[in-house]
Design a protein around this ligand. Structure first.
Ligand SMILES: Nc1ncnc2c1ncn2[C@@H]1O[C@H](COP(=O)(O)OP(=O)(O)OP(=O)(O)O)[C@@H](O)[C@H]1O
Ligand SMILES: [Mg+2]
Length: 277
């Protein structure tokens, strides 16, 4: 069965599109066929992130029944890609409720479908949650964003049961950040991986190349490969430099005298979370 993974988050700007693009490319490196769909209709970014310009059709055309989903797919370096239109007027008349039906036409022809969602819990995010079989919450390791994950998890109860996991992004291993284990305890969800904060990510965006192509040996690229290996259950040896980076940065941050120290006791964080509700 095709694995349909929704890349979602409560807060905007935490790295969903970055994850969607690089995870799709990493899965392809593990010999999987992948379809990537820009489901952020009001503020689409994927074409920019991929540097893709000469595409055939858009998800807007598909949702308006102007174009069949299979004919709208564009081949981007071995992955199939469905962009969203950047023209504001193309939002008029799109029928989000038809998405699941259109997507079912791709079922037999692809191993993975990666859906890049809009942030939050509005209609645009909900149609992705509904269409997905698995949800990957992208979040940064801070209390309010983890609160958002818990809220999203509540909202997901209205749909069929889905496999859910978390990807921590822009991690600096600072003492002000929540640790993976605490995030797991607070949300009741497994953390699939940690993507370090890596300046190469922004540079790749400016260069209009996905990070995995621009800097395949960067810390973040290697971390995306690790996540893809877990999803495909394939072996992947994490290079020592990534392990060293984590250990070295963690120890350096502990030793720095002026660092803000976040309590990583789940009950303290829970109290802080509750004070916001
Ligand atoms: N691991 C990382 N290290 C450094 N910068 C990152 C990392 N991940 C993402 N970024 C940067 O953060 C910014 C936001 O990323 P991105 O657009 O992927 O977030 P998003 O969740 O898709 O945003 P939106 O909610 O608006 O769709 C971008 O400038 C991106 O380059
Ligand atoms: Mg995005």
């Amino acid at each position: 069965m095709t694995r349909i993974i929704g890349i979602v988050s409560g807060k905007g700007g935490v790295g969903k599109s970055t994850v969607a693009v690089n995870l799709a490319l990493a899965l392809k490196k593990f010999k999987k066929s992948v379809t990537l769909v820009d489901c952020n209709l009001s503020t689409p970014h994927l074409s920019y992130y991929l540097g893709a310009t000469d595409y055939i059709g858009t998800i807007n055309d598909v949702l308006k029944d102007k174009l069949d989903i299979q004919s709208a797919l564009y081949n981007y370096n071995g992955i199939r890609y469905l962009p969203a239109s950047v023209k504001f007027e193309d939002l008029i008349g799109v029928e989000l409720t038809k998405f699941k039906k259109h997507l079912s036409k791709l079922e037999k022809s692809t191993d993975f479908i990666i859906l890049d969602a809009s942030p939050g819990l509005g209609k645009e995010a909900l149609f992705v949650m509904d269409a997905s079989r698995e949800i990957l919450f992208v979040t940064t390791p801070f209390v309010p964003m983890i609160g958002d994950v818990i809220r999203c998890k509540e909202v997901l109860k209205q749909f069929d049961e889905k496999k859910m996991s978390i990807l921590l992004n822009m991690v600096t291993y600072g003492t002000h950040e929540l640790k993976k284990e605490v995030v797991e305890e607070l949300t009741g969800l497994p953390v699939l991986g940690e993507i370090p904060h890596d300046n190469n990510v922004m540079q790749s965006l400016v260069m209009r190349y996905p990070l995995l192509e621009y800097k395949p040996n960067s810390l973040a690229s290697i971390s995306f490969m690790r996540v893809a290996s877990l999803l495909t259950e394939k072996d992947y040896e994490i290079p020592m430099k990534v392990k060293w980076h984590k250990w070295f940065t963690t120890i350096k941050n502990i030793l720095l005298p002026n660092e803000i120290r976040m309590s990583n006791k789940a009950e303290d964080v829970k109290r802080e979370l509750l004070s916001n509700f």
